[in-house]
Structure formats: structure tokens, C-alpha cells
Design a protein around this ligand. Sequence first.
Ligand SMILES: Cc1cc2nc3c(=O)[nH]c(=O)nc-3n(C[C@H](O)[C@H](O)[C@H](O)COP(=O)(O)OP(=O)(O)OC[C@H]3O[C@@H](n4cnc5c(N)ncnc54)[C@H](O)[C@@H]3O)c2cc1C
Length: 409
Amino acid sequence: MTGFPSITAGIQIPPNAARCLKHLEVFDEVRSSAVHPQSIVIRSYRDGKQLSSLPLVPQMEEHYHSPYLVTRRVDLHGVLLVKAKSLGVLIHMGAKVAEVDFTTPSVTLVGGDLYKGDLVLAGDGTNSSTRQALPGGDKMPFHSGDEVVSIAVDANRLRQSPELRRFVDQPAVTTWFGPDAHVVTYPPKSGDLLHIILSRREDRDTPVQIQPREAYLQELKDFFKDWDNSFVKLLNIAERAMKWTLTEIPNLPNWCHPSGLVAVVGDSAHAMLPYLAQGAAQGLEDAACLSVLFAHVRDRIEIPHLLSIYERLRMPRAHETKRRSKVMRDINSMIDGPEQEKRDRELLANELSEGLSVFWSHPEAQLWTFGYDIVMETQDTMRTYRKHTLGTYTMNGLFTYADSNVPSE
Ligand SMILES: Cc1cc2nc3c(=O)[nH]c(=O)nc-3n(C[C@H](O)[C@H](O)[C@H](O)COP(=O)(O)OP(=O)(O)OC[C@H]3O[C@@H](n4cnc5c(N)ncnc54)[C@H](O)[C@@H]3O)c2cc1C
């Protein structure tokens, strides 16, 4: 097994993210190397009984005009890299930013190279040092109470087993809900590896492990020994697993520095638990929003205004998605008992009460999550902005508006 885990790691691209890829003109390339899972299947940890199945094909296209895809992270990165280069973006691999100057603005790399720009967008992830310099951003990521384990299983070995071949031959995202743990399989392209992500409760006092490290398969096999036999067999075929801590960050009061020239994007702004598969999707919504905002920038002086519109448009939705992802954690890992029985009954009947209203199968949650169009919303906002700006600026760089109905930024 080579290149584990970064090469094998899968990622779900829900319709709201696929829509952003279309706007960024990389959708066809991403789709060509992706899988179209037919459904998201939820199973009980005990016996593998199907509790719920959310059909994806053709429903997602029909309802949201964009598909639900699963791809390898490395493939998604590759497509974005080619696109960025074709647009003339200079990419410095292996360059570590040592310092951000928030007013120039500029970044200095370890080694001393200095890069000045009109603005700095910091996508430096959950442990972002840029975020820590924003007002109210100084709180460190903390242990979420879950550890996550990434496992790759040779798809060819699965194809040899009549019981397990369905995990690779019938593309579906399969999920098991169990006590204090939750498992997801990412269907592979043919001849590839099946990627499995599992998460389970861990004492919050356990030291945070940021870099993935080897997980002991025997310990996992012991923990999951009473789970659905199919999953136990998948674990038995696995050769290697890597684990790390899932951390959380408190909601930030600001995504932009007071200079108006530096903003955080992606996980550095809104890292969330992965239980709605929306973390990167929200980052893509950030990217699509910024691309609309900056497509027709007229003057540098507009930058603080555009960044503040970005924050205003994106923050409420990202924070709400983050909240829902955390609620989902409690839903998918309930311990056996009356609450879990109620959950399973509702999933089986496909009649979800308020308690399950963040789950994709809930019609309102699904529409809210998958149906959202950040491109359209940003374009609408920009039309209002352009209509109401006089096109002149005061000496300190503030816009004056033609009427007072423009929402404050
Ligand atoms: C188990 C799991 C499953 C997930 N599944 C999904 C899914 O199916 N769908 C989905 O949409 N999301 C999913 N997510 C969330 C998704 O992985 C993240 O939201 C996404 O990777 C965030 O991307 P990012 O570019 O913002 O941050 P990152 O991916 O963290 O990238 C930040 C980069 O910045 C670099 N960096 C940091 N500091 C510096 C510095 N000083 N100088 C230079 N570089 C620096 C880091 O090395 C890193 O490469 C999942 C997350 C987890 C943990």
C-alpha cells in the first residue's frame, strides 16, 4: 500500500460544493475523476440493518441541479492546481509563512522572502496562526472529544469476497451509527482503495494529536468486535490505519483584520466537525463568494468593503453549518437506549422529528444545505452594492452610499 493516507483520502462533494466548482470552472474535471454514489446508506452498528437510504442519483441533479460526488482529495487538489496555474497563479510549494503584516499587507516566509500584495487571504487551516492575530481569534483549537481514524482497504481484495464486494461494486456512501462511534466508507473508482473514516469518543484530557500517527489495528478490532459482521471483516482486511484528534475552534467574531486587507478563509475561519461532510464545501463556498466579489473590483480602496461583505455573507451560514455538524455528532453516536431507539424508528420510517432536523434526509435541512447558491446570493448582493455606491470614496477609504437602505457592512 503506497502513499497512505493522503493519496487514498476521500472527500464527499455535496451539491452546494459542486455548484461552486461549476462557478470556478473546474466541475467537469473534478467530475471525470469522481464517483457518483447512488445513495447514502445508514446502517445499524449491531447487525448492519439499513436504517435509512438517501437516494442521490438522479435526485440531487433533479432537485439541486448539481450532483453529489465522492473523489480523492489528491484528485481535487490536482484539478484546482492546474486551474490556478492556468490563471497565472504562482504557487510556492513547501513555503511556510512565518509572519503576516496586516497593514501593508505582506507575508514573510521562513527564510526571509517577503511577498507584498493588495490583500492577504489566509487559508492556513484549523491551527491558523493568522486567525490568532485577529481580534477575538486568540483562542486555541481544543479537543472535541473525538478521535478520527483513516483506513484504506485494498478494493481488489474486497472484490474477491461475495459479502464485501458491494462496498466497491455498488457505489454508495455507507455509514454505520453506533455507540460512541461512527463509520463512513468512501466508494472508490474502479481498481482503487476503499477509504474508511471512523471516529470515536476519546477522553478530552487526552493530549491533542494534530499530525496523523499510526493507529493499532488490533485495538480497533477489539473495540469494534461486536459491530456488524461486514464492518468487522473490512477491518480485518485493513493493513494500516492512521489516527489524529478532531479539534474544534470557537466561533470567531471577525474573519477580517481591522486593516480590511487580510481575511481568513476555509478551516482557518470556520473549522467544523466532519459529521455533515461540509467542511471543505464551506471553504468552496468561501472561494466562490470571493471570486464573485473580486471579479469586478474597480479600485484597491474597495478591498475592505468587499472583505466585509464576504464576512457578512459567509459567517452566519458557516457558523450554522458548524453548529449542525456538532449536533449530528450526538445523533450518529448515540449509546443504546430509548433515544437511540427513537432515532432508529424515525430513520426507518423516514419521518424525522425536530431532534433529527439537521440530518440531510430531513427535507428542510437538505434544502438548506444542498440547495444553497452562494454565487447567486453574492451576485445579488453585489448588484445592490453597485447600485447604491456613488462610486466615490472619502479620504479614509470609506464608501458613501446613494441611499440609506444599504445594509450596513
Ligand atoms: C475525517 C474528516 C472527513 C472530512 N470529510 C469531508 C467531506 O467529505 N467533505 C467536506 O466538504 N469536508 C470534509 N472534511 C473537512 C475538510 O477536510 C476541511 O474542511 C478542509 O480540508 C479544509 O481545507 P482548508 O484548505 O481550509 O484547510 P487545510 O486542509 O487544513 O489546509 C491548510 C493548509 O495550510 C497549511 N499551512 C498552515 N500554516 C501554514 C503556514 N504558516 N505557512 C504555510 N502553510 C501553512 C497547512 O499545512 C495546510 O496544508 C473532513 C474533515 C475530516 C477531519
